[in-house]
Design a protein around this ligand. Structure first.
Ligand code: SAH
Ligand code: SF4
Length: 336
């Protein structure tokens, strides 16, 4: 196990501390009750806080959705589902520099890359509030994971090896940075890849996702196919439906044509309206889903968990505590 600091003394002490951090989600050295009190005090004095604590936690869905805002402008969302699934959606950057027009994070610009431990710490926070290890991790919070490649890769390895979450239950979502998709395909860890496509035609995608001018639709899909071959893992496509922009029947037909023979699964996301993008969500989500299904494509319509706390996709930004319907919980919020 890797630790973000060095524990003095024999090796088993470091293993003890690591086990508290990664599998029992301890936030302070004080929690580590099987360490000698003197050692706990020493570690606390030397290293202070183990991991960043949220400055605010917002709650929705009767506490089944919790959103943490961390100091330094990044956020994570922990979601409990019936059936025992516990998913945490985490950020890889504060802000994002890729400027997708409909995305709240994109509208902020890039503030900074998160460190590997800051990324892992969001999963540890979720472990703490769930009271147990999350079952799924999605890198669909703020930022473009593959634009912070080294830290994200280190974090993903740690989430797999230290926290013990299976790689295929870790979803890396990318806007389509083709060289980094190829690099990720070469990594031995078989994570799940999601490609944020949002349009089957370059003309529309250029408008929504400016980086499409660099790596257009066909290149993104070819890289996704390479990834699938390398890991034998099904890739999924994310598609946020926007009224009159990417929800035309011809676009469903074209998307189905592109995905023919590819085994790619499509997740349709109803657009979350954001302050900097004036176009509304598509009223045609079910129709579009049916059109794709009719053409033989595998489709899921994603739920919109946590909308009222801006916890849904593309809205992980600029939330003010105290808005109607929000219940804020301070940094001391315990196990949920
Ligand atoms: N940068 C990565 C991961 C973070 S965004 C990426 O783009 O894939 C996670 C998902 O939320 C992406 O599929 C993104 O396109 C989608 N998204 C962004 N803004 C959205 C919005 N306003 N409504 C719905 N989905 C949105
Ligand atoms: Fe960045 Fe993803 Fe938002 Fe695009 S959709 S601006 S890549 S976070």
């Amino acid at each position: 196990m890797t630790l973000p600091f060095e524990v003095p003394g024999p090796a088993y002490r470091a293993r003890q501390v690591a086990s508290w951090i990664y599998t029992r989600f301890a936030r302070t050295f004080d929690d580590m009750t099987d360490l000698p009190a003197g050692m706990r005090a020493e570690l606390a004095e030397q290293f202070g806080e183990i991991r960043p604590a949220p400055s605010t936690v917002l709650s929705a869905d009767d506490g089944d959705t919790l959103k943490a805002l961390f100091p330094g402008s990044y956020e994570a969302v922990a979601m409990r589902y019936r059936g025992g699934r516990r998913t945490v959606c985490i950020s890889s950057q504060a802000g994002c520099g890729l400027g997708c027009t409909f995305c709240a994070t994109g509208q902020m610009g890039l503030i900074r890359n998160l460190t590997a431990f800051e990324i892992v710490s969001q999963v540890l926070w979720a472990g703490e509030v769930f009271g147990e290890r999350p079952t799924n991790v999605v890198l669909m919070g703020m930022g473009e994971p593959l634009a912070n490649y080294e830290a994200v890769l280190e974090a993903v390895h740690s989430i797999h090896e230290d926290v013990g979450i299976s790689a295929r239950r870790i979803v890396v979502s990318t806007v389509g940075l083709v060289p980094q998709i190829r690099r990720l395909a070469e990594d031995p860890l078989p994570v799940t890849l999601a490609l944020s496509l949002h349009a089957p035609d370059d003309e529309t995608r250029n408008e929504l996702v400016p980086v499409n001018r660099r790596w257009p639709v066909a290149e993104c899909l070819a890289a996704a196919e390479e990834f699938r071959r390398a890991h034998g893992r099904r890739v999924s496509v994310e598609y946020a439906l926007i009224d009159g922009v990417n929800d035309h029947p011809w676009q469903a037909t074209e998307l189905a044509r592109l995905l023919r023979r590819s085994d790619i699964h499509v997740n349709l996301i109803p657009l979350n309206p954001t302050p900097g993008y004036g176009v509304p969500a598509s009223p045609r989500v079910q129709d579009f889903a049916d059109e794709l299904r009719g053409a033989g494509v595998n489709v899921t319509v994603r739920d919109t968990r946590g909308r009222e706390i801006d916890a849904a996709c593309g809205q992980l930004a600029t939330t003010v505590l105290g808005e109607a319907g929000l219940s804020g919980r301070g940094p001391s919020a315990g196990r949920g």
